[in-house]
Design a protein around this ligand. Structure first.
Ligand code: GLC
Length: 570
């Protein structure tokens, strides 16, 4: 039995909401390489996505965010772009891409692309020209003189190792905040900014509906490239995140969007909650991915702390979500993506309560204020995989960081990091989408580029569609509910039990309409006593358990129960 402190809640009655389609949308993120292979090459492709347009429509999503499909040598699975205006051969052709765009639009699903302009591939023609110092391209990247054995400063790459590599051809160091194959563009150069704006216009003219902007908080680097504080988890981050000219660059970039009906969401891995609104609104981005809640499972040395990871307290999550809900003008809501562990493994119980906890996190995602993002596979409760050696990994970040831990002596062998990798690696999110119990999860008839999680025989789309109680059907109902109830989109969020370690209860109130969400985020039963909200007219609108009472204080909540009530008029 748990007890709860009461608190008073202020209820706004103003229903004059500032509507926008991108606020009311539910977004579905596709990592094309792992989504669906149409031609048996073992690699997911664009026609494979088009084949699934009806699937997306049935799920009820409004927008697809397509991870990079541009021509790329794939040092980082497409996040290293060689040509912004052409499609990667493995994924198909521009005609295939146009067919996908049209298939989505015919179903009223919008399409946003991934704009990766903090860096390019080393094979991009801009880098090729820059390393040869060709006229006009000398300063397209961050070049620094120096002894070939001594990088210009102590900055670390986000993927592990130094952030500088020496280029023999030019005889200088170049900066790469990610892989050495991903040199950072020099945004101080107005020609670079113009060239990026041209890319944006080119794609907008092709009829897309916006962009997710990759690693966008890193565009501006501190003048003089000062050394960073080596006690921080990533040395130098304070000098290459939220740099002095970031807002100026974003404002300039925003002019390329003028006159188009688009949405933008910027990935800002290092943004504090207070910083988000600096970059959004008039002349900025529409929204920003703020990552603080994803860090609740991290240790003191960050998400890759080999000593401490995975443990977390519900009250910490509530505090962060409360701040995001209260302080960010329009939050971008997510609990997983292609860089994160699988949502149910990260925030739920992927064993005994896999279905219940996957539905619970889904309920949370789809009843908060902001624009929700569903990552492929979440809708069937896909889980983390198990990787027992470095050879089984693909992700350059995981490999780079494990190698760095080995080098620093923080671990002696891969086995010392295996639990961390099996908790955290980006590879978990990149195992093929589990369509059926056919070989390779029905993802490909060929040899898959990356092995499917063996649990596909139990967890797959085909069986989910026919089971009315599946995680998939729960997502569909939640999406419908969100579309039907403005209170979930625009309503005020109030946390009723900020100090409770087991139950998360909050209301969403819009004018006279009030919804109550109660999540038992634990594998024990829980009871609710002092709910400071009137529930005499409460009725259940959705739950992940059967036979739930309309009165939230009548009985107990089952493990990972997630129940949504209409508590009626305020
Ligand atoms: C972003 C992407 C990630 C990529 C990195 C470098 O964080 O989400 O997948 O590796 O940027 O482009």
């Amino acid at each position: 039995m748990t007890t709860h402190d009461s608190q008073t809640i202020a209820l706004p009655r103003d229903t004059n909401v500032d509507r926008a389609w991108w606020k009311e949308a539910v977004v579905y993120q596709i990592y094309p390489r792992s989504f669906n292979d149409s031609d048996g090459t073992g690699v997911g492709d664009i026609p494979g996505i088009t084949e699934k347009a009806d699937y997306l429509d049935e799920l009820g999503v409004d927008v697809v965010w397509l991870c990079p499909v541009y021509d790329s040598p794939n040092a980082d699975n497409g996040y290293d772009i060689r040509d912004y205006r052409s499609i990667m051969d493995e994924f198909g052709t521009m005609t295939d891409w146009e067919a996908l765009r049209d298939a989505l639009h015919e179903r009223d699903i919008r399409l946003i692309m991934d704009l990766v302009v903090n860096h390019t591939s080393k094979q991009h023609v801009w880098f090729q020209k820059s390393r040869r110092c060709e006229d006009g391209y000398e300063d397209y990247y961050h070049w620094q003189d120096g002894d070939p054995d001594e990088p210009p400063n102590n900055w670390q790459s986000i993927f592990g190792g130094p952030a500088w590599s020496y280029d023999e051809e030019r005889g200088q160091w170049y900066l790469h905040l990610f892989d050495p194959e991903q040199p950072d563009l020099n945004w101080r150069n107005p020609d670079v900014r113009d060239a990026v704006a041209d890319v944006v216009t080119w794609w907008l003219e092709k009829g897309i509906d916006g962009f997710r902007l990759d690693a966008i908080d890193h565009l501006s680097k501190a003048d003089g490239y000062p050394d960073g504080d080596s006690d921080e988890p990533i040395t130098g981050l304070e000098h290459f995140s939220h740099g002095p000219r970031l807002r100026e660059y974003l404002t300039e970039l925003a002019t390329a969007f003028e006159g188009y009906d688009t949405m933008t969401v910027g990935e800002m891995g290092g943004a504090d909650i207070e910083q988000v609104d600096e970059y959004t609104g008039e002349g900025g981005l529409n929204t920003v991915f703020q990552f603080e809640h994803m860090g609740v499972t991290a240790g003191p040395d960050g998400p890759w702390d080999p000593e401490q990871f995975g443990e977390w307290d519900l009250t910490d999550l509530k505090e962060i979500i409360g701040q995001q809900q209260g302080e960010i003008d329009w939050p971008a809501l997510f609990f997983g993506n292609h860089d994160q562990p699988r949502l149910v493994s990260h925030f739920g119980d992927d064993e005994a309560y896999r279905e219940e906890s996957a539905k619970l996190v889904a309920t949370f995602l789809l009843t908060l204020r902001g624009t929700p993002y569903i990552y492929q596979g979440e809708e069937i409760g896909m889980t983390n995989d198990v990787f027992s050696s470095l050879d089984e990994l693909d992700d350059p970040m995981t490999v780079g960081i494990v190698e760095e831990l080995l080098e620093e002596g923080a671990i002696d062998t891969y086995d010392d990091a295996a639990d961390l990798v099996n908790h955290r690696s980006r590879d978990h999110a990149r195992t093929p989408m589990q369509w059926s119990d056919e070989p390779n999860a029905g993802f490909t008839t060929g040899d898959p580029w990356f092995a499917a999680n063996e649990n596909y025989t139990d967890i797959n789309v085909e069986s989910s569609l026919t089971d009315p109680d599946s995680v998939w059907n729960h997502y569909r109902r939640l999406i419908d509910l969100r579309h039907d109830e403005d209170a979930f989109v625009y309503g005020e969020y109030d946390d009723l039990l900020p100090d409770d370690e087991q139950l998360y209860a909050y209301t969403r109130t819009l004018g006279d309409e009030r919804m109550l969400v109660v999540l038992n985020w634990s594998d024990d039963t829980a009871t609710l006593d002092d709910l400071v909200v009137e529930t005499s007219h409460a009725e259940v609108v959705l739950s992940n358990y059967d036979g739930v009472s309309d009165d939230p204080s009548a009985g107990s909540f089952d493990p990972y129960e997630a129940t949504v009530y209409r508590v009626g008029s305020t």
